[in-house]
Every structure is written in structure tokens, then in C-alpha cells.
Write a protein that binds this ligand. Structure first.
Ligand code: DQA
Length: 139
């Protein structure tokens, strides 16, 4: 099974960004552990701070991979383009957030991805990504 985690803007700063909300682990450290835990899965990771690069990656993998785990970060709440890309591709997308976006500011309650996502996992810290991997395995 081929899965990819796609992370949006500022998620490259995990470990040193608002630690009270996002924790103190870097994504690279977490991702290495995740790959070790799910050795039988081909698990890759892509991060960009640029909206168009995220769309390019969704288009690139979206007809070939078995699943996409997408944390579009702030673009979740603003990007019609990323929402349209999720709608256009064939690969199922699970939307993920580290924090519980519904317990935060009102503007974070809106998602342009959710209407076309297979499901949404949020509020479990970095474990949200692991639960998303598990959801594809359980399918
Ligand atoms: C986030 C939540 C977003 O509202 C925020 O802009 C992020 C991270 C999360 O994983 O909790 O950058 O997607």
C-alpha cells in the first residue's frame, strides 16, 4: 500500500512552533517512528509552504497512490484551489489536523477540503496522522 502525508504551510516548523498547541516533536522525528511502526506500508512525506506546490503534488500522486493524508494547515480554511484538487483526483484523501480546529478561532472551523475528504481526524496531536494511516489499513 502506497500512502503519502502532505503537509502545508508552517508545518516544517513543528517542534519549534507554538509548542503549547503543536507539541515539541519535529515532524521528521515523528515520521521516522511512523515509518518504523508501519514497515509494510510505503509511506512518504511532502511538505510545502506554497499553495501551488501542494496542488501539483496532489495531482501527481492523486491517480496512483492508495491514500493521501492531507494537513493543508492554514490553506484548509482559505484554498478553493486545494479543495478543487481534492475533488478532482481519484485517490481518497483523509484530512488531518494536529489541533482541534473547532475549539479554536471561528475561521478555523471552515474547511475547503472536508466536503470531498474521505474522513477527518483532528485534535489528537501528531497521533492524528497515525490514526489516518490506520484508517487506510483497516479499510
Ligand atoms: C492545523 C490547524 C490550522 O488551523 C493551522 O493553520 C495549522 C495547523 C493543525 O494541524 O492543527 O497550521 O492544520
Amino acid at each position: 500500500m502506497k500512502l503519502i502525508i502532505i503537509n502545508g504551510p508552517n508545518l516544517n516548523l513543528l517542534g519549534k512552533r507554538e509548542n503549547d498547541i503543536y507539541g515539541d516533536e519535529t515532524f521528521q522525528d515523528f515520521f521516522s517512528k511512523l515509518q518504523f511502526k508501519f514497515k509494510t506500508i510505503e509511506l512518504s512525506h511532502f511538505q510545502s509552504n506554497i499553495e501551488g506546490e501542494l496542488i501539483d503534488k496532489l495531482q501527481e500522486v492523486g491517480y496512483e497512490f492508495d491514500g493521501i493524508i492531507l494537513n493543508a494547515a492554514a490553506y484548509t480554511h482559505t484554498s478553493v484551489g486545494i479543495g478543487d484538487a481534492v475533488k478532482a483526483i481519484n485517490t481518497p484523501v483523509v484530512e488531518v489536523h494536529i489541533s482541534n480546529t473547532f475549539s479554536r478561532e471561528e475561521f478555523r472551523h471552515q474547511s475547503f477540503i472536508a466536503p470531498n475528504a474521505k474522513g477527518i481526524i483532528l485534535g489528537f496531536g501528531l497521533q492524528s496522522y497515525e490514526l489516518a494511516v490506520q484508517s487506510f489499513i483497516n479499510d
